[in-house]
Design a protein. Structure first.
Length: 365
């Protein structure tokens, strides 16, 4: 679907149209939780708004990575599940596996860390995906997210596409009609992927940290953001699995799946899988590709049925060229023969029948 076609009003639910909601700060103390991780690195930092006084600019990216490790934990995922239920209630949806962290320091444009105006459509989020934006500390003025209304977003998208505007031109155009999301701790902002939003240079002298957590509705055309990988089911977490490194593992790639692989060169996919299994301590005994011009995975089936392979590392559960029914047949063969299957993109290990149900759920969402 082309970008301009995504702006059918049927894709905009009122709940996600620049809606500010309150939440229980005692139940969801995001500030305290994030600050505790920051203080593990620098105990002198007592105030997130003054973070820039305690960390040099070249220390911010490593700091953010440390906080991201925390938000990937099972404990944090449980808090996010409760948070989503408190804000949007019951429903069939998936949750972004790793919430996006935004550190907005004073004068960030000069430092090359300005988040320019954009829509979710430009960053591979399709319709049916919405965002709960939660500033950890008060957001106001130029340190906050700048947002554009739905109607103005439609007009700006027409201008952007028709005139092939530059980023500099879009910053100016969006700034003419945008306004800051001025909200306090205990509040969140809900928006749709079609809303233009971004940052301007932070001149407040205050650092602001925000959490972006996205929800994907059932039946969504998820594009590149796939269930089980970028998105998880409530009640689950995406963690690096424990593997039996004593097994005879092979690496297997399926370049025949154009929808998943696109035109990605073989060596890039191979490098990703090799680096992943190496981190887990797996020493593969071989590397193999599926035959191109096939969509029933005959080569993969051969290694399942006619070798002493005990483990297969695949790029993704979505990266197999056969249809869902055929994939499930192949994965069931692996379970029946006690062959462990590692899905690198999803951080998931298939080694029992319960895992088959989970994979089917991801593929059919």
């Amino acid at each position: 679907m082309m970008m301009k076609q995504r702006y059918d009003d049927k894709f905009l639910e009122p709940m996600w149209d620049h809606n500010v909601v309150d939440y229980d700060l005692d139940k969801f103390p995001w500030y305290d939780r994030i600050l505790s991780v920051i203080q593990e690195i620098n105990p002198q930092c007592k105030d997130i708004s003054k973070l820039h006084e305690y960390f040099d600019r070249d220390e911010i990216v490593p700091l953010r990575k440390n906080v991201e490790q925390f938000v990937r934990t099972k404990e944090f995922s449980g808090w996010v599940d409760e948070y989503f239920h408190a804000i949007i209630g019951d429903g069939e949806y998936l949750i972004q596996a790793t919430p996006t962290l935004n550190f907005v320091l004073p004068d960030q444009q000069r430092q090359g860390s300005l988040l320019t105006f954009h829509t979710g459509h430009l960053t591979a989020y399709n319709n049916g995906i919405n965002t709960i934006w939660t500033p950890v500390n008060p957001a106001f003025g130029s340190n906050s997210m700048q947002v554009v209304s739905w109607e103005d977003s439609k007009k700006i998208t027409d201008e952007f596409v028709d005139n092939q505007l530059s980023i500099e031109e879009m910053q100016i155009r969006c700034s003419e009609v945008s306004y800051p999301v001025d909200i306090d701790m205990g509040q969140a902002w809900l928006f749709n992927q079609g809303h233009w939003h971004g940052n301007i240079n932070n001149t407040t002298g205050v650092t602001r940290i925000g959490l972006d957590i996205r929800a994907m509705n059932v039946g969504t055309d998820y594009g590149y953001r796939k269930p089980g990988s970028y998105f998880r089911f409530p009640g689950t977490t995406v963690e690096v699995p424990k593997v039996d490194t004593s097994r005879r593992w092979i690496i297997f790639n399926d370049p025949a799946n154009d929808k998943y692989m696109g035109t990605m060169p073989f060596y890039i996919a191979r490098s990703f899988i090799e680096n992943y299994v190496d981190r887990l301590g797996i020493k593969p005994v071989g590397w193999h590709n599926e035959y191109t011009l096939t969509n029933w995975n005959p080569h993969l089936e051969f290694f399942i049925n006619n070798t002493e392979v005990e483990g297969i590392a695949l790029l993704s559960m979505h990266g197999i060229s056969s249809n869902i029914k055929r994939r499930m047949e192949l994965f069931k063969m692996c379970v029946d023969k006690d062959i462990h299957v590692l899905f690198c993109d999803e951080n998931y290990m298939l080694n029992n029948r319960e895992g088959l149900e989970y994979i089917k759920k991801c593929l059919e969402f």
